[in-house]
Design a protein around this ligand. Structure first.
Ligand code: FAD
Length: 374
């Protein structure tokens, strides 16, 4: 057992911290306030190679692995969860194509994603379903050498900024298949952004698919194999959400320690009060537990293992941890924590998002329990 990061991972971690402090933190409040997609920051992250950390050089990546992915997302999320989520969510399309795409699909569609030349979006959720894949209502009808896709998707992250979409639809067998769809295709319409509590500026939108035609070679993996692709991709992305939760919680702790040292009550810094120390100690301990759970999931993936069970645990624990830790951070800050002018208020809001997106906590528990009782 070795709990040490490699020299390369330490370097990636410290470079990401520097990048987050210099390039992301100064933009974080504005991104949240305006809810505008941060194209400028994305351009800088492309130069840092953040969209290709987990993938090998032959597909345009740096081959640093999933632990490196987790480390970078944690540091980005300490500054802005929206920015971290852009990198984290990008792995959904990347992982789908890397694990299930044909060689030709990888060359044509994966490489531009990994190199950051284009952004992708992952279109699974619909107005009537997020958790239940059987309820997918989007249809892909065969028409000669084409599929014609009809339906509506909801909460699609980065839809307006993406050039490529991976769309999940029921084919003529009644099972879910996945298709690569250029967002410029006729009938692919990105509707209004969803106004959400946190992750503002992430560009989660409604997408309407009005008879969108894609050639049959755009089917990814086996016909009817879309659900399997979704489960596999999402298992990796859950490590991304767990890492975001750790980063957000860590930011809350940093702010709380600083605040507690300078806030005076009863003629002494509140950091001298046992109640405040109790909160800070709880926050630190829970963050540390969550961090190692998320690193472990990423490490197992680097070993080539399936992480459906482990990443569900990491996401469940870390998202609950972030909600609790930011609540404690608010308590340390007293009334000032509720003010829009302090970052604590934003951290409290974004933490809740980690319990909801990329699968609600109830679904994570169901995945974990199903393995326990099989
Ligand atoms: C900011 C943001 C970005 C997103 N980005 C994307 C994206 O890029 N692509 C995409 O496809 N989706 C995306 N989503 C959608 C997200 O993944 C879903 O909203 C999420 O999976 C929950 O689905 P739902 O909202 O339909 O909840 P529902 O399925 O309606 O569930 C509602 C509640 O019912 C309960 N419940 C449901 N099923 C079960 C069960 N089996 N057991 C026990 N309880 C259950 C839970 O309490 C749950 O919270 C995004 C969402 C947000 C908020």
């Amino acid at each position: 057992m070795d709990f040490n990061l490699s020299e390369r991972e330490k370097m990636i971690q410290s470079t990401a911290r520097e990048f987050a402090v210099n390039e992301v933190l100064p933009r974080a409040a504005e991104i949240d306030r305006t809810a505008e997609f941060p194209h400028d920051v994305v351009g800088k992250m492309v130069k840092m190679g953040y969209f290709g950390l987990a993938y090998p050089a032959e597909y345009g990546g740096s081959g640093c692995g999933y632990v490196a992915y987790a480390l970078v997302i944690e540091q980005l999320a300490r500054a802005s969860m929206t920015v971290a989520a852009i990198v984290a969510v990008s792995i959904l399309s990347e992982e789908s194509l890397f694990r299930f795409g044909s060689e030709a699909q990888k060359r044509k569609h994966l490489v531009p994603l990994v190199q950051g030349d284009v952004l992708g979006c992952f279109c699974f959720t619909e107005p009537a379903t997020g958790s239940d894949p059987k309820a997918v209502a989007t249809r892909a009808r065969r028409d000669g050498g084409y599929y014609v896709i009809e339906g509506e998707k909801n909460f699609i992250s980065m839809a307006a900024a993406a050039s490529q979409a991976l769309v999940f639809a029921k084919d003529d067998t009644g099972r879910v298949s996945s298709f690569i769809v250029p967002t410029a295709a006729a009938g692919f319409q990105v509707r209004e952004p969803c106004e959400t509590l946190g992750l503002r500026g992430f560009g989660a939108c409604v997408v309407h698919l009005d008879s969108v035609r894609v050639p049959e070679e755009n089917l990814v993996g086996e016909k009817g194999g879309g659900y399997e692709i979704m489960l596999e991709a999402i298992s990796v992305e859950r490590i991304g959400v767990a890492s975001q939760a750790v980063g957000v919680a860590r930011a809350a702790l940093d702010l709380s320690v600083e605040y507690a040292k300078q806030r005076i009550a009863y003629e002494k810094p509140i950091s001298r009060m046992p109640t405040i120390q109790w909160l800070l100690a709880e926050m630190a301990s829970r963050i540390e537990a969550g961090r190692w759970l998320s690193y472990r999931g990423a490490f197992l993936r680097d070993q080539g293992q399936s992480i459906r069970h482990d990443s569900a645990m990491a996401k469940l624990f870390c998202s609950q941890m972030a909600v609790e830790v930011t609540r404690m951070g608010m308590q340390v800050h007293g009334a000032y924590g509720t003010m829009k002018s302090l970052a604590m208020e934003r951290l409290y809001r974004v933490a809740k998002m980690t319990e909801v997106y990329v699968g609600v906590s109830e679904i994570q528990r169901a995945i974990i329990a199903s393995q326990l009782i099989q």
